[in-house]
Every structure is written in structure tokens, then in C-alpha cells.
Design a binder for this molecule. Sequence first.
Ligand SMILES: Nc1ncnc2c1ncn2[C@@H]1O[C@H](COP(=O)(O)OP(=O)(O)OP(=O)(O)O)[C@@H](O)[C@H]1O
Length: 711
Amino acid sequence: MSDIQLNLIQGPERNQESKTKPRGNRGQRIRARRQEKSRLLTESVKQSQNDSEYSKVTEYKEQTGTQSNQVQAARKRKHGELSPFIKEGGKPSGQVISSLFRFNPEIPKVKSLKVDFVKEDVFSSEHFRDLPLHPYMVSNLEEKIGHKTMTAVQKQTIPYIMQGRDVLVKSQTGSGKTLAFAVPIVQALQSISPKIQRVHGPYAIVIVPTRELATQSFNTFQKLVNPFTWIVPGCLMGGEKRKAEKARLRKGINILVATPGRLLDHLQHTDSLSMSKVRWLVLDEADRLLELGYEKGVADIINYLNEATTQRQTIMLSATLTGGVERLAGITLDDPVHVDISQSDLPKQSPDTGSKGNLGSKENTESKDSTESKFTLPQNLKQHFVITPPKLRLVTLAAFITWHCKIKSSKCKMIVFMSTQDLVEFHYDLFQHFFGVSDDPDDEMDGNSINILFFKLHGDMQQKDRTKAFQEFSQTDNGVLFCTDVAARGLDLPSIQWIVQYTTPGGATDYIHRVGRTARAGKQGQSLLFLMPTESEYIPILNKDNISLNEMEMKEVLKNLKSTVLQMSLDHSTKRSIPHTVEETATYLQMCFENYIFQNKSFGESAKKAFQSFVRAYSTYPSSLKHIFHIKNIHLGHLAKSFALREAPTSITVSHHGDQIKKWKEKKKQKELSRRETSGKLSEFSSGLSSGNIHKQKYLKKVKKTKLKRQ
Ligand SMILES: Nc1ncnc2c1ncn2[C@@H]1O[C@H](COP(=O)(O)OP(=O)(O)OP(=O)(O)O)[C@@H](O)[C@H]1O
């Protein structure tokens, strides 16, 4: 038997995990639960101790083994025939526990570049009452909404919109762009005489990329029209009932906030929706809306508008708006003003004044000047990065979350961004199980005292669950939200202290919007970016986009784990064998995770799915970043540890994993091409409304399912 096989898990059979809940009175139940937990935890402690022994043995073997053995093993590993921890001759199905702290790649020294700090004031000293606004508008803003002075972007933008100008607005996240367009629109609508009626239909169309942002912007309009009861705002978005929306459209909506897919479907299928009165078109998060996948739908909406009305003012906003983005959808802007708070006090005329484009035409689908202006981040945002070897990612995340949200403070609100839905599902379930608030009252008596509130949000959730998660997380003052980039844009969730990016974003733009969920409107906030050693070159790339980060050392994060482990439910018998050093504690927690995954089949499947989705997502970084983010740079066996798997799933690690990814990418490319031919819809776009073409509907559903499940 090989040395490594000595470490095969001797634990209970899979699927036996707490399946049979003991009957009897409360006292008996608690005792039985304690015994079961004690058994599992003791097992983890034993394994964490064995693990140190094991690592010594394997290290010795690796160092002293004959060269031919080493070369042979290395060759096999290279071709994926061997798990890095199963020696030749080992049982292929064997579950091997490898050391967390041995054979890790070195943590490189990061060479940060000097960052030019661009100052951007959030607030101005001017008051809303200094503007020619209706007195009720001013009193509503001051007394009900609670804002007396304007933010800098509001001060610069509102007068231009009130003059009827087309405007392109770029200002940092959380600087108040929503009111910058909402106030002048409501002001103009209330002043129309005779009064507008709801049956007139929409005067303003506000397009946003996600459902949560649609709800949020709609709520802002609802507050603003409070004194002007005859103005009716409304919201249309994928996931909601089509019939109910049609009924509301029939009654009349004057300010229509919508996601593009659902709006387009109503334009195509709801007769009562007329665009003839539309005077304002707002594209919030415009750069996102005009990206690949969204831009076709937006161009179609603009075509509808162009046919229905000629008198239109267009307003485009984003924290990462670059000049020329309007060309992406061939939007025609008439002598637009560029408001860029970071650059100067005086807004500029657009260099491409009055440029006309062909809607959706190929020539216009590239932004030519993405580097022409610098991005600005909130001054009160402290940004950090941590470099962890792949094996230690999961325990480092657990250490970070439990320290900040339980041990250090019980009032911490955190968002953890991940690249795919499967990653979100897996981490949510795992953390909920180990550290979440239990719905079983027995747990409180049982001493299970980590009790963090966990939430999840991604594009594949049922709309009602999505709405519930969003609302509950907005209202709570402590908790952790695991999410995809569906929550990266525009959301204004109160009192977020930490933004964690557990998977690296595809570029500076995504980075800026993710971290922009904290440090909003002058408040304090912090962010942490997880990197693997092979990814450290990403820091100077972010530096070039004015993003400045400080290193947080992994061992500093991990040293807090001991308190977490102490707080986890342990009875006296296991407490005696609680690990002490950082290495022991981290290994202990990793063993708890691994045992749980190993013993619970559905969790095991979820871990594998998450692992695979991570690997696939990893192959979709833009070509400019491929030298850093290439799956070949990562040891998949080590990476599997961060999914509490004892070896990488074979479907990925078979010798041709490179070919598999290539095939998958080709398939994805083909699907993307046919999708673009049939429709411009992507996840948030997918409204499920089209009634005419069932075949297309099914096709889109399939594409939506198979595509990376990114959002
Ligand atoms: N004049 C003001 N004074 C104080 N706070 C304000 C003012 N205007 C807006 N805010 C607050 O600032 C926060 C951010 O506003 P908003 O969501 O509009 O920012 P944003 O610039 O659109 O951000 P993002 O780029 O992330 O979408 C909100 O909580 C809002 O209530």
C-alpha cells in the first residue's frame, strides 16, 4: 500500500450525514446531536493531526524518491493521469488528504506601480433650493428624502438636463447620479400644463441593466413624485408577471423604468404601450447596456423610439463611461455635454457633436477610446488584496468572513463577488451550513454560535427569491451576500463595510463597480481582492487604471481562525483536542469542510459543479489578461482543495482538459453567434415574454442555461 493510501478516509459512509434525526425529548435530541457533532469534529481533529504526519511523509518521499520515479510521476501528472497526491499504483478512487501548507507556490512580492490620485469631490456646497425647482420638490427633497445640498454631479448635471441638453455623465460610484437625472425629469413633468395624465403613457424611459436596479430607481422616482400625485412611475422587468404589467401599461405609466429585454418584449407585443410622448431616454450604467449582448436590444428599443418620436433628450450615465460609448448602439446624440466630475469644473462639449450612427451596425460596435479618461474611486474606500495559494483560498475566505462578521464585530455587512452562479450556490450552502443562522432552535442551546446571516443573489434564482434576498439584505445591518456581478452595478445597499472579490474581475471596469457598492456618498468602506500567486501581476495592471491597493497578508487573515474554531459547536471531549497553531486551525477547518463534502453526496456534486464552473470561467478572461489568467498556470489538484474536494474532478482533470475547455469555448462561441442572430437577449434581458416564436423561446432558454451561468 502506498504511503498516501494510508491516509484514506476511514470515516462513515457517504450520505449518512445527519439523515436520521433522533426522536425523543428535547434533552435526548440535543445529546444525540452533540454526540454526532463531536464524532465528526473529533474525526476532523484526528485527520488534521494525521495530515501533518502525512505531509512530512510525502515531503520526504518527494525529496528522496529516485529521479526516474519523480520524472515518471511528473510526466503522468502533466498529462493528468495522476492526481498530484496519488502515487503510481495508488487506488484511483482513493480519497487522499493532502497537506494544506506544503508544496504551495511561493507568495510573490508584488511590484505595485505609482498611482496618480484623481480627486473627485462628492458633495457641493450648493442647495437644491438654489435651483429653479418647484417649492414642493425642494421641500420633498429636504424634508422627506433628507438631502439639502447637492452632490457635485447633481450640481453640474441638473441644469443641463433642465436646459434640454443631451448629457453624458461620468462620476464615481455612489455620487448621486440617480437624482441627477430624476430630479430634472420630475421637475419638467410636473410643470407641463395642462397636467399630464397617466393615460398619455410614458414621457420618460429609464433603461437599467438589472432587475434590482430597476426596482431601486423606480423607488427613487416614487419618492420624488410624492407631491405630484398625477405623475405615475412604473417598472417593467424580466421575472415579473407579464399580464399584470400589461394591465398597468393599459392604465398608463408616465415614467417607465425597465430592463431592456422586458421593455423590448412589451414594445413588440403590448399594443397599449405607445412611445409617441417620450421626451427623455435615460441609459443608466450606459457602458454596461451597450456591451456585447445588451447592445442589440438597446439599439432595437432606440429604433422603436426613433420611429415614434423625434423630440427626445438622451442622458447616459456611468462611473466608467468612456467617450464614444454612445456609438456602440448607434445612438444619436444632439450636441451632447460631457459631465466628468473628475476632470474639471467645466463640462466639455462632445468632440463628436451630433455624430450619427447606424443602429446596431457592426462598424459601431467598438469603443475606440477606452483609455482617454481616468477612472475615479471613492476617496473613503480602502482597497486591499490578499495572495493565497489555491489550496488555502477557502479557509482564508472563511477566516475573513467569520472574523469580520462574528468575532470582531456582530455588525458587519459584506458582499462577496464570485464569477459564476455555481460558485455562489456552493459557497452559500457551505457557509450557511457551518457558520449560518440555523433555523433549528436546538442549535442555540447546542452552542452553535457563529450564526452569521447569509444571503445569495444571482441571475438563475426565482424572481421571488431574488427580490426577497435583495430586500432582506438591504434591510439588515449585518450579514454576508454571496453574489455574481448581477449585484455589481448601481445597487445602493446601505452600510456595506466590506466588498470581497473572491474571483478576480475581468477588468478595471468590473472592479470599480463591484467595490463601488461600499464607500458611497462620502461614507467609509473597504475592499479585499483575492488573488492566487500566479495572478499577482494583475495588481500593476489595476494600478494603471488608477486603482491603488495595499497588501493584506494571508497569515494575518488566517490567524483569526482560532477564535472561529473555538466558537464552532464543540462539546467538551473535542475541546480538549482543539488545534492551536495557525496551520493546525486552518487544517482543522479544511477537514471539517472536506469531511462534510465527502459524506454528503449532493454537496459533493455541488462542489464539483462549482469547481468546473470556476475552471470554465477562468478561460473567459479577455485576451489582454490571458498571460495572467490562464488555467494552465493553476495546479488543479490544489485548486480542488478550495472546493473542499480531495482531488480535482476527473471530468476536468483528464489529460485533455485543455482540449475540453477549447471545445466548450467553441460550442459557447457558436451558441453566442446564433443567439445574436436570433435575439439580443442575455440573462437580465431574458423576459420570457415573446409569444410568437416558441421554438426561439426554448432555444433561448437552453442557451441561457448552458451559458456560463455568470450572472
Ligand atoms: N444630494 C445628496 N446628498 C446626500 N446624499 C445623496 C444625495 N444625492 C444622493 N444621495 C445618496 O447617495 C447614494 C448614492 O446615490 P446613487 O445610487 O444615485 O449613486 P450613483 O452615482 O448612481 O452610484 P452608482 O454609480 O453605483 O450607480 C444614495 O444613498 C443616495 O440617497
